[in-house]
Design a protein. Sequence first.
Lengths: 114, 112
Amino acid sequence: GENVEQHPSTLSVQEGDSAVIKCTYSDSASNYFPWYKQELGKRPQLIIDIRSNVGEKKDQRIAVTLNKTAKHFSLHITETQPEDSAVYFCAVRVSGRGADGLTFGKGTHLIIQP
Amino acid sequence: DTGVSQDPRHKITKRGQNVTFRCDPISEHNRLYWYRQTLGQGPEFLTYFQNEAQLEKSRLLSDRFSAERPKGSFSTLEIQRTEQGDSAMYLCASSLIGGEQFFGPGTRLTVL
């Protein structure tokens, strides 16, 4: 089955600096790559996603890049703010073949230092 | 609130008891998913439905677990003969086909 590795497990950055979280995956048939943010005690919420036919996608301070050849994708957050502090999960999906469940990484605890 | 809802939010049970959780998806969503999340880990996929048909089951879904979505709307997840290892947050999500998965608040299960 699909295997997703996420790094780092904890990331501490100064407010205003950038944060980068990286994920690698094993199944080359994976074609959908969402990122979820989960605050303590809350549900995971989608912050950005990318499909396999696109190399990069940006939404205000958040961007995701995908390298299908190397089977890795990254989340970039610029001008970090205190409200960005949370756990971030990458995920992959292999659509088609009856499969639709997401395989998640283990998460990155992002800490924004004031 | 038109989002995904789950009931109950918390459940404490004794080992060996059966428990059932309910998920109400976003009304127009035809796909419904169940995930399990333990502390410090990402959600783990269990199963999903398209309308009333259960289309995929993870190998994590042991014989003690059963899920239904009888009318293609709400879903139930039952765990029989609970074990301490079943203690986790059980998350439900829903989506349109090929669309974003929206998660519910989860049901936190504690097995004593």
